[in-house]
Design a protein around this ligand. Sequence first.
Ligand SMILES: NC(=O)c1ccc[n+]([C@@H]2O[C@H](COP(=O)([O-])OP(=O)(O)OC[C@H]3O[C@@H](n4cnc5c(N)ncnc54)[C@H](O)[C@@H]3O)[C@@H](O)[C@H]2O)c1
Length: 380
Amino acid sequence: MELRPGPLEGVVVMNRILDDFYCGKKVMITGHTGFKGSWLALWLKHLGADVSGYALHSPTNPSIFDLCHTSKGMTSIYGDIRDFRHLHSTIQEVQPEIIFHMAAQSLVRRSYIEPVETYSTNIMGTVHLLETVRQSSSVKAVIIVSSDKCYENREWVWGYRENDIPGGDDPYSSSKGCCELITAAYQRSYFNPSAYNNHGLALASVRAGNVIGGGDWAEDRLIPDCIRKLSQKQPIIIRSPGAVRPWQHVLEPLSGYLLIGRELYLKGESFSGAWNFGPDYDDAQPVSWIVSSLITLWGNETAWKIDENSHPHEANILKLDCSKAKTVLNWKPNWNLEQALEKTASWYKSYFNQADMLKVTLEQICSFENTFYEKAGLIE
Ligand SMILES: NC(=O)c1ccc[n+]([C@@H]2O[C@H](COP(=O)([O-])OP(=O)(O)OC[C@H]3O[C@@H](n4cnc5c(N)ncnc54)[C@H](O)[C@@H]3O)[C@@H](O)[C@H]2O)c1
């Protein structure tokens, strides 16, 4: 395949990311040892960025971070986001230009068991990051990674918009709602877009859907739970077969984060604020649909059954309205849900076949990039 020259500015999103913007940029990721952080670190290294990370050790074993030797070719610093002095001295030393803040206690069900840990990590971690950035002269763009669950859930059929009110019934969701308030307050108090020429920092919060993809081994998340059972040929037990979520491949929101990082850096205040990066509405499907599709893709006779035990409350229906990102940034979803599931199943199959997982992961990143180029007519 051969790339045809021609920028198509305003038509293609990925070429704006894949041009040489990130090459040589000093980019820090908090939470780089986690599922999304590892994919982002690998993608940024592939784009030629000078990547650093600040996080606790990988939260799972196995982990995509270790399987893909993610720490190679980047500066990987192990530290607690609640340790303000350590975070502060790290950022002073590394002098990043762009920061993606992903470090979090990221699981709803664990948040019911460990609310203090969840709130201290997610809320004070975000305060520490923003306060450190306030005292830094190198940082020009900060992207706070929030969640679709940051919105006050009304159990309605419409997608949530960026200006819907933050909330959350459980400790995780409400911690993300709090992060939105904190981010907005730091923006108004210290990084006000109207005073951009004085402070020179642009700040955004980004809200993704339910992310799927290879390399997630978190407890009580649907895809890892299914893969564990599929690989052992045991029945999959699911809690809420009818719960509808905005599913998307991990590279989808990451493409949005990379794009907004670029726009914040280059154009500053006009891109500050909140952004949703979710899938198309057709890809908001019930849990049962995801499980049946994954079983078909896996190709064995595994059945699923409903867990009849009582469980803490989780929302029944959740969708994101991404009109703002589509209209203003010209971002749009790249792989549909079938493609996302196919890539996910194929990643885990490769893992169980003991493949080189760095190679597999980079091939999926390149395939994602190529889909954009193909859609834009840039590949012959
Ligand atoms: N996975 C999803 O479906 C999803 C959806 C929407 C939003 N998010 C958000 O995206 C971000 C990344 O999610 P993920 O799925 O990769 O989570 P993950 O649990 O796989 O990774 C979390 C990362 O945060 C780090 N971390 C946790 N506590 C820390 C602490 N006290 N100090 C420093 N580092 C700490 C971990 O070491 C890890 O690197 C989170 O903010 C999460 O809330 C995830």
